[in-house]
Design a protein around this ligand. Structure first.
Ligand code: LLP
Length: 425
Protein backbone atom coordinates (compact mmCIF):
# COMPACT_ATOMS: atom_id res chain seq x y z
CA UNK A 1 0.00 0.00 0.00
CA UNK A 2 1.03 3.62 -0.52
CA UNK A 3 1.46 4.20 3.21
CA UNK A 4 4.55 2.08 3.42
CA UNK A 5 6.18 4.25 0.79
CA UNK A 6 7.09 7.84 1.39
CA UNK A 7 8.20 8.47 -2.17
CA UNK A 8 6.66 10.80 -4.69
CA UNK A 9 3.49 9.22 -5.97
CA UNK A 10 3.57 8.39 -9.69
CA UNK A 11 1.47 10.72 -11.80
CA UNK A 12 0.11 7.73 -13.73
CA UNK A 13 -1.89 6.53 -10.73
CA UNK A 14 -4.48 9.26 -10.74
CA UNK A 15 -7.70 7.43 -10.11
CA UNK A 16 -7.39 5.37 -13.29
CA UNK A 17 -8.74 8.29 -15.30
CA UNK A 18 -6.55 9.23 -18.28
CA UNK A 19 -5.27 12.73 -17.58
CA UNK A 20 -5.80 13.75 -21.20
CA UNK A 21 -9.53 13.02 -20.81
CA UNK A 22 -9.58 15.52 -17.97
CA UNK A 23 -7.67 18.05 -20.06
CA UNK A 24 -10.07 17.61 -22.97
CA UNK A 25 -13.17 18.00 -20.84
CA UNK A 26 -12.06 20.60 -18.35
CA UNK A 27 -9.11 22.45 -19.86
CA UNK A 28 -5.93 23.66 -18.20
CA UNK A 29 -4.66 24.64 -15.75
CA UNK A 30 -6.55 22.25 -13.52
CA UNK A 31 -6.03 20.68 -10.14
CA UNK A 32 -6.80 16.95 -10.03
CA UNK A 33 -7.57 15.37 -6.66
CA UNK A 34 -7.62 11.60 -6.25
CA UNK A 35 -10.46 10.95 -3.81
CA UNK A 36 -9.43 7.33 -3.26
CA UNK A 37 -5.93 8.41 -2.35
CA UNK A 38 -7.23 11.00 0.15
CA UNK A 39 -9.38 8.31 1.75
CA UNK A 40 -6.49 5.85 1.92
CA UNK A 41 -4.31 8.43 3.62
CA UNK A 42 -7.02 9.08 6.21
CA UNK A 43 -7.22 5.33 6.84
CA UNK A 44 -3.46 5.03 7.15
CA UNK A 45 -3.48 7.66 9.91
CA UNK A 46 -6.31 5.86 11.69
CA UNK A 47 -4.50 2.53 11.40
CA UNK A 48 -1.23 3.99 12.69
CA UNK A 49 -2.93 5.82 15.58
CA UNK A 50 -6.12 3.87 16.36
CA UNK A 51 -6.60 5.55 19.75
CA UNK A 52 -5.89 9.10 18.62
CA UNK A 53 -8.25 11.85 17.56
CA UNK A 54 -7.20 12.70 14.01
CA UNK A 55 -8.25 16.05 12.62
CA UNK A 56 -7.64 17.02 9.02
CA UNK A 57 -6.18 20.55 8.76
CA UNK A 58 -8.60 22.26 6.39
CA UNK A 59 -6.14 24.99 5.44
CA UNK A 60 -4.29 22.47 3.29
CA UNK A 61 -7.30 22.05 0.99
CA UNK A 62 -11.00 22.35 1.67
CA UNK A 63 -14.15 22.25 -0.38
CA UNK A 64 -17.49 20.63 0.40
CA UNK A 65 -16.55 17.36 -1.29
CA UNK A 66 -13.32 17.18 0.70
CA UNK A 67 -15.17 17.86 3.96
CA UNK A 68 -17.49 14.97 3.11
CA UNK A 69 -14.62 12.55 2.41
CA UNK A 70 -12.99 13.54 5.71
CA UNK A 71 -16.23 13.06 7.64
CA UNK A 72 -16.92 9.70 5.99
CA UNK A 73 -13.42 8.52 6.90
CA UNK A 74 -14.09 9.36 10.54
CA UNK A 75 -11.66 12.23 10.95
CA UNK A 76 -12.42 15.53 12.62
CA UNK A 77 -11.63 18.92 11.10
CA UNK A 78 -9.24 21.68 12.13
CA UNK A 79 -10.41 25.05 10.81
CA UNK A 80 -8.61 28.37 11.19
CA UNK A 81 -11.04 30.92 9.80
CA UNK A 82 -14.68 31.82 9.49
CA UNK A 83 -14.45 30.88 5.81
CA UNK A 84 -13.25 27.35 6.51
CA UNK A 85 -15.92 27.02 9.19
CA UNK A 86 -18.59 28.16 6.72
CA UNK A 87 -17.55 25.54 4.15
CA UNK A 88 -17.51 22.85 6.85
CA UNK A 89 -20.99 23.93 8.01
CA UNK A 90 -22.33 23.98 4.52
CA UNK A 91 -21.07 20.43 4.00
CA UNK A 92 -22.87 19.43 7.21
CA UNK A 93 -19.65 18.65 9.06
CA UNK A 94 -20.65 17.81 12.66
CA UNK A 95 -19.85 20.80 14.88
CA UNK A 96 -18.56 18.72 17.77
CA UNK A 97 -15.88 17.24 15.47
CA UNK A 98 -14.50 20.68 14.57
CA UNK A 99 -11.57 22.39 16.31
CA UNK A 100 -11.19 26.13 15.75
CA UNK A 101 -7.72 27.72 15.57
CA UNK A 102 -6.23 31.13 15.00
CA UNK A 103 -3.80 33.60 16.52
CA UNK A 104 -6.10 36.55 15.82
CA UNK A 105 -9.62 35.19 15.72
CA UNK A 106 -11.99 38.07 15.18
CA UNK A 107 -14.93 38.59 17.56
CA UNK A 108 -17.19 37.55 14.69
CA UNK A 109 -15.27 34.31 14.08
CA UNK A 110 -15.45 33.45 17.77
CA UNK A 111 -19.19 34.11 17.77
CA UNK A 112 -19.72 31.95 14.68
CA UNK A 113 -17.69 29.14 16.24
CA UNK A 114 -19.70 29.32 19.47
CA UNK A 115 -23.03 29.57 17.63
CA UNK A 116 -22.26 26.55 15.49
CA UNK A 117 -21.17 24.73 18.62
CA UNK A 118 -17.65 23.73 17.56
CA UNK A 119 -16.29 21.05 19.86
CA UNK A 120 -13.05 22.71 20.87
CA UNK A 121 -11.58 26.17 20.50
CA UNK A 122 -7.80 26.50 20.66
CA UNK A 123 -7.07 29.60 22.73
CA UNK A 124 -3.98 31.34 21.42
CA UNK A 125 -3.58 34.44 23.60
CA UNK A 126 -4.67 35.93 26.93
CA UNK A 127 -7.13 38.47 25.50
CA UNK A 128 -9.10 35.70 23.85
CA UNK A 129 -9.99 34.08 27.17
CA UNK A 130 -12.20 36.92 28.39
CA UNK A 131 -13.57 37.59 24.91
CA UNK A 132 -14.55 33.95 24.41
CA UNK A 133 -15.98 33.46 27.90
CA UNK A 134 -18.29 36.46 27.36
CA UNK A 135 -19.83 34.79 24.29
CA UNK A 136 -20.80 31.50 25.88
CA UNK A 137 -24.56 31.23 26.43
CA UNK A 138 -25.73 30.58 30.01
CA UNK A 139 -25.66 26.94 30.97
CA UNK A 140 -23.07 25.98 28.37
CA UNK A 141 -19.38 25.27 28.79
CA UNK A 142 -17.02 25.60 25.86
CA UNK A 143 -14.20 23.09 25.68
CA UNK A 144 -10.86 24.75 25.04
CA UNK A 145 -7.29 23.73 24.38
CA UNK A 146 -4.45 26.14 25.12
CA UNK A 147 -1.86 26.59 22.40
CA UNK A 148 1.56 26.50 24.02
CA UNK A 149 4.92 27.25 22.39
CA UNK A 150 7.18 24.24 22.95
CA UNK A 151 10.33 26.02 21.76
CA UNK A 152 11.20 23.35 19.21
CA UNK A 153 12.40 24.60 15.82
CA UNK A 154 11.27 22.50 12.83
CA UNK A 155 9.83 23.06 9.38
CA UNK A 156 11.05 23.41 5.81
CA UNK A 157 11.30 27.23 5.76
CA UNK A 158 11.26 30.02 8.35
CA UNK A 159 7.84 31.12 7.12
CA UNK A 160 6.34 27.77 8.08
CA UNK A 161 8.03 27.26 11.47
CA UNK A 162 5.79 27.85 14.42
CA UNK A 163 7.38 25.93 17.29
CA UNK A 164 10.20 28.28 18.24
CA UNK A 165 9.96 30.73 21.14
CA UNK A 166 10.07 33.87 19.01
CA UNK A 167 6.91 33.86 16.89
CA UNK A 168 3.32 35.02 16.74
CA UNK A 169 1.47 31.81 17.63
CA UNK A 170 0.60 30.49 21.03
CA UNK A 171 1.50 31.16 24.63
CA UNK A 172 5.13 31.30 25.67
CA UNK A 173 6.11 29.01 28.52
CA UNK A 174 9.26 31.03 29.23
CA UNK A 175 7.48 34.39 29.54
CA UNK A 176 4.90 33.00 31.95
CA UNK A 177 1.96 33.59 29.57
CA UNK A 178 1.19 29.87 29.30
CA UNK A 179 0.89 29.45 33.08
CA UNK A 180 -1.16 32.64 33.34
CA UNK A 181 -3.54 31.39 30.64
CA UNK A 182 -4.08 28.08 32.46
CA UNK A 183 -5.00 29.92 35.63
CA UNK A 184 -7.35 32.33 33.81
CA UNK A 185 -9.15 29.60 31.88
CA UNK A 186 -9.59 27.50 35.01
CA UNK A 187 -11.15 30.54 36.70
CA UNK A 188 -13.86 30.89 34.03
CA UNK A 189 -16.92 28.73 34.62
CA UNK A 190 -17.97 29.17 30.95
CA UNK A 191 -14.79 27.41 29.77
CA UNK A 192 -13.58 23.89 30.29
CA UNK A 193 -9.85 23.35 29.77
CA UNK A 194 -9.50 19.90 28.16
CA UNK A 195 -5.86 19.97 27.14
CA UNK A 196 -2.79 21.60 25.65
CA UNK A 197 -1.92 22.12 22.00
CA UNK A 198 1.22 22.84 20.02
CA UNK A 199 2.09 22.94 16.34
CA UNK A 200 5.74 22.88 15.34
CA UNK A 201 5.58 23.90 11.72
CA UNK A 202 5.03 22.41 8.31
CA UNK A 203 6.74 20.05 5.85
CA UNK A 204 8.70 18.33 8.67
CA UNK A 205 10.20 15.13 7.27
CA UNK A 206 11.79 13.74 10.45
CA UNK A 207 10.01 12.38 13.53
CA UNK A 208 12.60 13.64 16.01
CA UNK A 209 11.21 17.20 16.51
CA UNK A 210 7.85 15.66 17.44
CA UNK A 211 9.59 13.53 20.03
CA UNK A 212 11.05 16.63 21.67
CA UNK A 213 7.73 18.46 21.51
CA UNK A 214 5.86 15.52 23.07
CA UNK A 215 8.27 15.54 26.00
CA UNK A 216 7.93 19.30 26.57
CA UNK A 217 4.16 19.11 26.34
CA UNK A 218 3.84 16.19 28.77
CA UNK A 219 5.97 18.19 31.20
CA UNK A 220 3.46 21.02 30.86
CA UNK A 221 0.60 18.61 31.60
CA UNK A 222 2.50 17.54 34.71
CA UNK A 223 2.99 21.18 35.66
CA UNK A 224 -0.78 21.79 35.50
CA UNK A 225 -1.38 18.67 37.60
CA UNK A 226 1.21 19.73 40.19
CA UNK A 227 -0.15 23.28 40.41
CA UNK A 228 -3.91 22.68 40.30
CA UNK A 229 -4.36 18.97 40.93
CA UNK A 230 -6.04 18.67 37.51
CA UNK A 231 -5.10 15.99 34.98
CA UNK A 232 -5.87 17.39 31.53
CA UNK A 233 -7.17 14.61 29.29
CA UNK A 234 -5.97 15.77 25.83
CA UNK A 235 -2.65 16.49 24.16
CA UNK A 236 -2.78 17.97 20.65
CA UNK A 237 0.56 17.84 18.82
CA UNK A 238 -0.60 19.66 15.69
CA UNK A 239 0.26 18.70 12.14
CA UNK A 240 3.13 19.35 9.77
CA UNK A 241 4.18 15.90 8.53
CA UNK A 242 6.28 16.38 5.40
CA UNK A 243 5.70 14.76 2.01
CA UNK A 244 7.88 14.07 -1.03
CA UNK A 245 7.84 16.72 -3.77
CA UNK A 246 10.84 15.30 -5.68
CA UNK A 247 11.85 11.76 -6.67
CA UNK A 248 14.76 11.63 -4.26
CA UNK A 249 12.81 12.93 -1.28
CA UNK A 250 11.06 10.94 1.44
CA UNK A 251 8.08 12.05 3.47
CA UNK A 252 7.26 11.20 7.08
CA UNK A 253 4.82 8.28 7.17
CA UNK A 254 1.99 8.07 9.69
CA UNK A 255 3.62 4.84 10.95
CA UNK A 256 7.02 6.44 11.62
CA UNK A 257 5.39 9.49 13.19
CA UNK A 258 3.13 7.33 15.37
CA UNK A 259 5.94 5.07 16.56
CA UNK A 260 8.07 7.98 17.71
CA UNK A 261 5.32 10.10 19.21
CA UNK A 262 3.57 7.29 21.06
CA UNK A 263 6.80 6.11 22.62
CA UNK A 264 7.93 9.61 23.65
CA UNK A 265 4.54 10.44 25.14
CA UNK A 266 4.18 7.12 26.97
CA UNK A 267 7.71 7.24 28.37
CA UNK A 268 7.42 10.80 29.62
CA UNK A 269 3.95 10.16 31.10
CA UNK A 270 5.26 7.07 32.90
CA UNK A 271 8.23 9.01 34.25
CA UNK A 272 5.96 11.79 35.55
CA UNK A 273 3.25 9.45 36.79
CA UNK A 274 0.60 10.79 34.40
CA UNK A 275 -2.01 8.74 32.56
CA UNK A 276 -1.60 8.60 28.77
CA UNK A 277 -3.63 11.53 27.36
CA UNK A 278 -5.88 11.33 24.32
CA UNK A 279 -3.51 12.26 21.50
CA UNK A 280 -4.89 14.69 18.95
CA UNK A 281 -3.09 15.40 15.66
CA UNK A 282 -3.82 17.74 12.76
CA UNK A 283 -2.23 16.53 9.52
CA UNK A 284 -3.11 18.58 6.44
CA UNK A 285 -0.48 18.28 3.72
CA UNK A 286 0.20 14.59 4.36
CA UNK A 287 -3.47 13.76 3.64
CA UNK A 288 -4.27 15.92 0.64
CA UNK A 289 -0.84 16.85 -0.77
CA UNK A 290 0.26 13.67 -2.54
CA UNK A 291 -3.32 13.06 -3.74
CA UNK A 292 -3.27 16.12 -5.99
CA UNK A 293 -1.52 17.23 -9.14
CA UNK A 294 -1.77 20.23 -11.44
CA UNK A 295 -2.15 19.99 -15.22
CA UNK A 296 -0.75 22.75 -17.41
CA UNK A 297 -0.58 23.33 -21.16
CA UNK A 298 2.79 24.29 -22.63
CA UNK A 299 2.48 27.66 -24.37
CA UNK A 300 6.05 28.46 -25.41
CA UNK A 301 9.54 26.98 -25.39
CA UNK A 302 12.54 29.25 -25.66
CA UNK A 303 16.28 28.99 -25.34
CA UNK A 304 18.66 31.49 -23.83
CA UNK A 305 22.42 31.06 -23.90
CA UNK A 306 22.23 29.29 -20.56
CA UNK A 307 18.94 27.44 -20.39
CA UNK A 308 15.60 26.39 -21.83
CA UNK A 309 12.36 27.88 -20.57
CA UNK A 310 9.15 25.89 -20.93
CA UNK A 311 6.34 28.35 -20.25
CA UNK A 312 2.89 27.07 -19.29
CA UNK A 313 -0.60 28.54 -18.81
CA UNK A 314 -0.49 28.68 -15.01
CA UNK A 315 2.02 29.59 -12.34
CA UNK A 316 2.30 31.68 -9.23
CA UNK A 317 -1.44 32.32 -8.93
CA UNK A 318 -2.14 28.58 -8.66
CA UNK A 319 1.16 27.73 -6.95
CA UNK A 320 2.80 30.51 -4.93
CA UNK A 321 5.01 28.07 -2.99
CA UNK A 322 8.20 28.42 -5.07
CA UNK A 323 8.10 32.21 -4.61
CA UNK A 324 7.11 32.09 -0.94
CA UNK A 325 9.21 29.24 0.39
CA UNK A 326 11.69 28.39 -2.35
CA UNK A 327 9.72 25.15 -2.74
CA UNK A 328 10.93 22.72 -5.41
CA UNK A 329 8.86 20.60 -7.80
CA UNK A 330 9.20 18.12 -10.57
CA UNK A 331 7.05 17.74 -13.71
CA UNK A 332 6.09 15.04 -16.21
CA UNK A 333 5.00 15.14 -19.80
CA UNK A 334 1.56 13.53 -20.12
CA UNK A 335 -0.55 12.50 -23.08
CA UNK A 336 2.21 11.39 -25.44
CA UNK A 337 5.34 9.29 -25.31
CA UNK A 338 8.59 10.85 -26.34
CA UNK A 339 11.75 9.02 -27.34
CA UNK A 340 13.76 12.23 -27.02
CA UNK A 341 16.42 12.37 -24.30
CA UNK A 342 15.59 14.27 -21.14
CA UNK A 343 16.81 17.84 -20.81
CA UNK A 344 16.88 20.09 -17.74
CA UNK A 345 14.49 22.98 -18.25
CA UNK A 346 12.96 25.79 -16.23
CA UNK A 347 9.22 25.38 -15.96
CA UNK A 348 8.02 28.97 -16.12
CA UNK A 349 4.60 30.36 -15.33
CA UNK A 350 2.62 32.88 -17.37
CA UNK A 351 2.52 35.63 -14.77
CA UNK A 352 4.06 38.98 -15.40
CA UNK A 353 7.13 38.74 -13.21
CA UNK A 354 10.50 37.12 -13.60
CA UNK A 355 10.19 35.20 -10.33
CA UNK A 356 7.06 33.47 -11.60
CA UNK A 357 8.65 30.08 -12.03
CA UNK A 358 7.14 26.73 -11.04
CA UNK A 359 10.34 24.69 -11.03
CA UNK A 360 13.91 25.71 -11.71
CA UNK A 361 15.32 22.45 -12.90
CA UNK A 362 13.02 19.81 -14.31
CA UNK A 363 13.88 16.94 -16.63
CA UNK A 364 11.51 16.95 -19.62
CA UNK A 365 11.97 15.35 -23.04
CA UNK A 366 14.07 17.57 -25.30
CA UNK A 367 11.24 17.71 -27.86
CA UNK A 368 8.72 19.26 -25.46
CA UNK A 369 6.70 21.74 -27.51
CA UNK A 370 3.75 24.12 -27.38
CA UNK A 371 0.50 22.20 -26.99
CA UNK A 372 2.04 19.53 -24.77
CA UNK A 373 0.54 18.92 -21.36
CA UNK A 374 2.63 18.62 -18.22
CA UNK A 375 1.65 17.47 -14.76
CA UNK A 376 3.21 18.76 -11.55
CA UNK A 377 2.69 16.19 -8.78
CA UNK A 378 2.10 16.63 -5.05
CA UNK A 379 0.04 19.80 -5.38
CA UNK A 380 -3.02 18.70 -3.41
CA UNK A 381 -2.21 20.72 -0.28
CA UNK A 382 -1.50 24.43 0.14
CA UNK A 383 -2.04 25.08 -3.57
CA UNK A 384 -5.73 25.58 -4.33
CA UNK A 385 -6.10 26.93 -0.79
CA UNK A 386 -3.40 29.54 -1.40
CA UNK A 387 -4.31 30.34 -5.00
CA UNK A 388 -4.81 33.99 -5.90
CA UNK A 389 -6.18 35.91 -8.84
CA UNK A 390 -2.88 37.67 -9.55
CA UNK A 391 -2.83 39.29 -13.00
CA UNK A 392 -6.63 38.77 -12.87
CA UNK A 393 -6.11 35.11 -13.55
CA UNK A 394 -9.09 32.97 -12.59
CA UNK A 395 -8.36 30.11 -10.20
CA UNK A 396 -8.28 26.63 -11.75
CA UNK A 397 -11.03 24.09 -11.13
CA UNK A 398 -10.61 21.10 -8.85
CA UNK A 399 -11.44 17.83 -10.59
CA UNK A 400 -12.00 14.87 -8.29
CA UNK A 401 -11.28 11.40 -9.64
CA UNK A 402 -12.52 8.14 -8.15
CA UNK A 403 -13.49 4.73 -9.51
CA UNK A 404 -12.50 5.62 -13.06
CA UNK A 405 -14.67 8.75 -13.18
CA UNK A 406 -13.83 12.43 -12.96
CA UNK A 407 -16.09 15.20 -11.70
CA UNK A 408 -15.75 18.90 -11.00
CA UNK A 409 -15.89 19.65 -7.28
CA UNK A 410 -14.78 23.29 -7.55
CA UNK A 411 -15.43 24.98 -10.87
CA UNK A 412 -13.03 27.20 -12.75
CA UNK A 413 -13.14 30.87 -11.77
CA UNK A 414 -14.09 32.78 -14.89
CA UNK A 415 -13.93 36.41 -15.90
CA UNK A 416 -17.51 36.99 -14.71
CA UNK A 417 -16.49 35.83 -11.23
CA UNK A 418 -13.61 38.27 -11.30
CA UNK A 419 -15.69 41.18 -12.62
CA UNK A 420 -18.48 40.59 -10.10
CA UNK A 421 -16.45 42.15 -7.31
CA UNK A 422 -15.56 45.21 -9.38
CA UNK A 423 -18.43 47.58 -8.64
CA UNK A 424 -16.69 50.84 -9.51
CA UNK A 425 -18.16 51.94 -12.85
N1 LLP B 1 -2.35 22.60 12.67
C1 LLP B 1 -2.03 23.90 12.76
C2 LLP B 1 -2.33 24.62 13.99
C3 LLP B 1 -1.41 24.54 11.68
O1 LLP B 1 -1.09 25.82 11.79
C4 LLP B 1 -1.14 23.81 10.51
C5 LLP B 1 -0.50 24.45 9.36
C6 LLP B 1 -1.51 22.45 10.46
C7 LLP B 1 -2.12 21.89 11.56
C8 LLP B 1 -1.32 21.59 9.24
O2 LLP B 1 -0.04 21.58 8.75
P1 LLP B 1 0.35 20.56 7.56
O3 LLP B 1 0.13 19.16 8.07
O4 LLP B 1 -0.53 20.86 6.40
O5 LLP B 1 1.76 20.87 7.29
N2 LLP B 1 1.12 27.25 3.28
C9 LLP B 1 2.32 26.59 3.80
C10 LLP B 1 2.04 25.75 5.00
C11 LLP B 1 1.45 26.55 6.14
C12 LLP B 1 1.01 25.68 7.24
C13 LLP B 1 0.33 26.47 8.30
N3 LLP B 1 -0.22 25.70 9.34
C14 LLP B 1 2.96 25.75 2.67
O6 LLP B 1 2.49 25.80 1.56
O7 LLP B 1 3.97 25.08 2.91
Amino acid sequence: PWSSTTRLRPVARTGDVPLMDIVQRHGTPAYVMDETDVRERCRAFRAALPDADILYAAKAFLCRAMATWIRQEGLGLDVCSGGELAVARSAGFPAERIVFHGNAKTPRELLEAVEYGVGRIVVDNLAEITRLAALIPPGRRQQVLLRVVPDVEAGAHTAIRTGGEDQKFGLSIASGDAAEAVSRVLARPELRLVGLHCHLGSQIRAAEPYERAARVMVEQLAHVRDTYGIVLPQLDLGGGLGIAYLEDERGLTPEAFAGTVLKATRDRCAALDLPMPLLVIEPGRSISGPAGLTLYRVIAVKHTLTRTFVAVDGGMSDNPRPSLYGARYTARLVGRRSAAPARQVTLAGHHCEAGGVIAESVALPADVRPGDVVAVPATGAHHHSMASTYNLTGRPPVIAVADGAARVVVRREDIDDLLRRDVGL
